[in-house]
Write a new protein. Structure first.
Length: 233
């Protein structure tokens, strides 16, 4: 087994979980606090390491995308005693259209590996992906999609004309699920999936170099969208 990325026993993760769930009495209360922290305190952006970021490091950098924020969500749930698992899939690269442009977008594979979290609440597993985008970015991205007439892009996939940034355990409303394609199942730890042949985000040396050179520009574009400053069509 690869080294665990959802390092729930790390001192930083344990301390964050203890602080977040203090005074909560039910798994639903714990889940809501974890959700709000991962959604808004960890702002959406792309780590230079890609997906291979331990939960404890995401806590330090306070930056993450779908896979690294899901890793942190998983670790915090486990450290808090909330039953959770991570579910991997493929998702169309169009989900990041608008953030990745030009050569950066061209270099992306057609489908990329993507994850969400499942939690067991009242003996039923529920899917959650609405923690991916911090709320200011979610709201700005919805406006930008409407302006451009897109249904997918800027880290959102609209279903019936909208996406949801709230914790919707019972209704299961989502931010990105409408763009998901192939199902890769649930995994004990993200590192196991990343070591498997199913993982599609593993770049060769040249693409890895290009990613590291371009990702700063991509993150600046994310910041511009969040702030309401975007390029014209």
């Amino acid at each position: 087994m690869a080294q665990m990325l959802a390092d729930a026993d790390h001192a930083l993760v344990l301390a964050a979980a203890k602080r977040l769930i203090a005074g909560s009495n039910t798994d639903r209360e714990k889940l809501e606090r974890i959700f709000l922290f991962v959604r808004d305190d960890i702002v959406f952006g792309f780590p230079v390491e890609g997906d291979l970021v331990p939960a404890s490091k995401t806590l330090r950098t306070k930056l993450g995308q779908c896979n690294t924020k899901a890793t942190l969500f998983l670790a915090l749930c486990r450290a808090s005693g909330v039953p959770a698992r991570i579910h991997f899939s493929l998702i169309g690269k169009e989900i990041q259209r608008g953030f990745f442009t030009g050569i950066a977008y061209w270099l992306m594979p057609k489908s990329i590996s993507h994850s969400w979290i499942e939690v067991e609440i009242e003996r039923e597993w529920r899917r959650i992906d609405s923690f991916i985008n911090d709320l200011p970015l979610h709201n700005a991205a919805e406006r930008e999609l409407a302006r451009r007439g897109w249904t997918v892009g800027y880290s959102l996939a609209l279903a019936d004309g909208r996406a949801n940034a709230d914790l919707s355990v019972d209704e299961e409303a989502f931010e990105q699920m409408a763009a998901v394609t192939d199902d890769h199942g649930t995994w004990d730890d993200p590192a196991d999936y990343y070591a498997s042949a199913m993982y599609k985000n593993r770049p060769g040396p040249l693409k890895l170099l290009a990613y590291r050179l371009l990702i700063g520009r991509v993150n600046r574009r994310v910041e511009q969208v969040r702030a309401g400053f975007t390029a014209e069509k």
